[in-house]
Design a protein around this ligand. Structure first.
Ligand SMILES: [Zn+2]
Length: 706
């Protein structure tokens, strides 16, 4: 997943080795640093931390950030710089320079805000987290001020209005200018005084409602313990005469526990319900105020799908194609339920995740413990290194960090080095569990790439966060197949950041439309599931034996069990998100819409007195873009099948992939990037077919198993 890509300024409005590669003299612009070592060893061997590793510095090498107080200093510098840039923007005549100044302004604020955004959630030291939080708040206030700065906006508007100058700009510059303007517009800057005030107030109200709704999605529901049969009460946290139900207990083998949890956890809370209704209505008002039909129309501008009509078409077609397969999956689950529990034969929504995992286990019996020894973290990192080097001419090296540069001893810093172009950027790997660390696999942009005024390229810096177990005395860190796939996924985001060579940081790497952002990461999952790729690195950490091909095949096939039903569920969520953010006032209550949509796009019955939508936290962050993941997956699937399935190490395809897709970050319309890669313009049907054909059993494996 991608950390809440905040686009600052105006933008953000939105809240928005093996082998010593170049050592042989391959003509790299930069020589390999002596402090670089092979990436695999850096993860499997306990790194000796030289205490005298150079001078003292601050977090990410920012000198001020050697102590929490440094955030104040960094923030003050950024604010000062931004004020100067605002003046400069306002006194510069229309031309490409305006876009550059805006990007510098955005960069000055992002450099601190993005870094602080990461530190405030991940730093083990409370004082650092607090200082970072404060910096975020202050920069946020500045951003709000800039977003409503009429004079600043005017300088951009003049540029956009000047057709001659606009026509002379390169496409990336034009797009970035438009993106900056788009972010201004949502604050209603183009409106008259009264409407602008209204927009500002709506923005504030929406932010508050979002926070309130998010908090509400996690709150447990309480119930008098006597309502539940005594033998299942122990599953829930007791609080005097009450039981707390804090989740769906979806994996619990006891049908009754899951049923109880479902009905209690999803029991509608009146406050949360009105919060949601108000949120949806306010979003709609804001969108209309600034000139859109619906919130979805606004949210989808600039995306791959472009508009809600296309999204709806995509989801409806996908649902049609899935429905028969989904029915079959539900029948299999029902049979299993009857087999285990004959008196209770109707498949209910609380059964789906549980019985699909039972079926998967029965059919394939994948024991992660049998796979882990083949996936030491070091081996996986070497695998990635080898893949990137064959495909893209890129090597990963572990670089010694300086004192104060990282927030925990176990962080590894990787230098990403191209065989001809030299150093491309840095990935900080925050891979290991530690107390209070958020449990989330995630990619964070800490610094965006951009072409500086002096002609040098500002190298991108990112953090990858995972929650892997530490190595032990007797074994290195061993990954389950799921963790390995996640590692590949997150490295896909990181490579997008490293290879995006945009002129502007506003569109660096993963700062691209949401429905395109997951393409590079999901594509990496296809590589992670291909035997030819896995076979390059999966070796038993004790014996050195390779992972047998049959084990990889079984793993891949096991993922297809009930996959149609799982995808159908995602379609249902995505449709719901579209309707909620579509035409207002809504025709029915959100719960009635849920019921109707569930019946039409999912198939398992709605349960009276439940309101799942009140737990749908993604409505906040994704608002009208929950479909993005499915669409990104469709594109990744097409790219895989057409470009890499035949030969996952095809260098020519790797170069095309870099040139057509990764290099542009968000600086090019996403559908044009897809067309460049596939060398054709895919239809909605192609998107749907790609997703559905992935569900088919692999014939070879099927025969082998029968
Ligand atoms: Zn992702």
């Amino acid at each position: 997943m991608l950390a809440g890509c905040r686009r600052v300024l105006p933008a953000a409005l939105g809240r928005a080795l093996r082998g010593r590669a170049a050592a042989g003299g391959s003509g790299g612009r930069r020589a390999v640093s002596t402090s670089w070592c092979p990436v695999g060893a850096a993860f499997d061997v306990k790194q000796q931390r030289g205490s005298a590793a150079g001078r003292e510095t601050g977090l990410f090498g920012v000198p001020e950030l050697s102590c929490p107080e440094g955030f104040q200093e960094a923030q003050d510098k950024a604010l000062q710089e931004s004020e100067q840039l605002v003046q400069k923007a306002c006194s510069t005549p229309p031309g490409p320079e305006i876009v550059m100044i805006f990007d510098q302004l955005s960069d000055a604020l992002c450099r601190v805000a993005d870094l602080a955004d990461f530190v405030k959630i991940a730093h083990p030291d409370f004082a650092f987290r607090e200082a970072a939080e404060e910096a975020c708040r202050n920069i946020g206030t500045m951003v709000e001020k800039l977003n409503t700065d009429v004079e600043l906006c005017q300088s951009l508007r003049q540029l956009l209005a000047d057709e001659v100058v606009m026509d002379s700009l390169d496409p990336e510059t034009r797009r970035v200018a438009e993106l900056f303007m788009f972010d201004f517009e949502i604050s209603g800057i183009h409106l008259d005084e009264e409407k602008r005030k209204k927009a500002v107030n709506l923005n504030i109200k929406i932010l508050d409602l979002c926070n309130e709704f998010l908090t509400g999605t996690h709150l447990p529901n309480k119930i008098d313990k006597h309502v539940l049969p005594e033998h299942i009460r122990y599953n829930f946290t007791a609080e005097g005469n009450y039981l707390q139900v804090a989740g769906l207990h979806a994996d619990c083998p006891d049908d009754l526990v899951r049923e109880a949890a479902y009905k209690i956890f999803l029991y509608p809370n009146a406050e949360q319900l009105s919060c949601l209704e108000e949120l949806l209505a306010s979003r709609n008002s804001l969108a209309q105020l600034v000139g859109y039909n619906t919130f979805a129309h606004r949210a989808l501008q600039g995306t791959m799908a472009k508009n809600p009509e296309t999204v709806t078409q995509f989801l409806e077609k996908l649902s049609d194609q899935l429905s028969q397969r989904t029915q079959k999956d539900f029948e299999m689950m029902t049979k299993m339920k009857v087999k285990l529990n004959p008196q209770n034969s109707k498949l209910m929504p609380w059964d789906h995740p549980y019985y699909s995992s039972v079926l998967r286990a029965e059919r394939y019996n994948i024991d992660p413990g049998l796979y882990c020894p083949f996936f030491s973290l070091g081996a996986c990192m070497e695998g990635l290194n080898s893949l990137f080097s064959q495909l893209l001419g890129i090597s990963l090296y572990a670089e010694q960090t300086q004192r104060g540069e990282v927030w925990s001893e176990d962080i590894r810093k990787l230098a990403v080095v191209h065989e001809n172009e030299g150093l491309l950027g840095y990935i900080y790997c925050d891979f290991f569990q530690r107390p209070n660390k958020p449990h989330q696999d995630c990619h964070f942009t800490v610094r965006g790439g951009r072409l500086r005024e002096n002609g040098e390229y500002q190298l991108p810096v990112v953090v990858l966060m995972l929650s892997l177990p530490h190595s032990t005395r007797s074994a290195p860190t061993l990954l389950s197949p799921g963790m390995m796939e996640n590692l590949f996924h997150e490295m896909g985001h990181a490579m997008h950041s490293m290879l995006g060579r945009t002129r502007y940081q506003h569109v660096t790497g993963t700062r691209c439309p949401t429905d395109f952002a997951e393409v590079p990461s999901i594509l990496m999952e296809y590589f992670a599931n291909d035997y030819r790729v896995v076979n390059q690195f999966a070796r038993h950490y004790k014996t050195g034996q390779p992972l047998p091909k049959s084990m990889v095949s079984r793993l891949c096939e096991s993922k297809k069990v009930c996959a149609a039903a799982d995808m159908q569920l995602q379609v249902f969520y995505a449709v719901l998100d579209q309707i909620y953010h579509g035409k207002h006032p809504l025709k029915r209550s959100t719960t009635e819409i849920l019921k109707e949509t569930q019946e039409k796009f999912y198939g398992l019955p709605y349960v009276p007195n439940t309101a799942w939508q009140l737990r749908f936290s993604h409505l906040v962050g994704y608002g009208a873009k929950y479909y993005s993941y499915l669409m990104s997956r469709a594109v990744a699937s097409m790219v895989w099948k057409q470009c890499f399935a035949q030969d996952p190490f095809d260098r020519a395809m790797g170069e095309r992939y870099r040139r057509e897709m990764l290099a542009h970050g968000g600086g090019k319309e996403p559908i044009l990037m897809v067309q460049g890669m596939l060398q054709k313009s895919p239809s909605i049907e192609d998107f749907v077919d790609a997703l559905v054909s992935d569900l088919d059993q692999d014939f070879e494996t099927f025969i082998m198993d029968s």
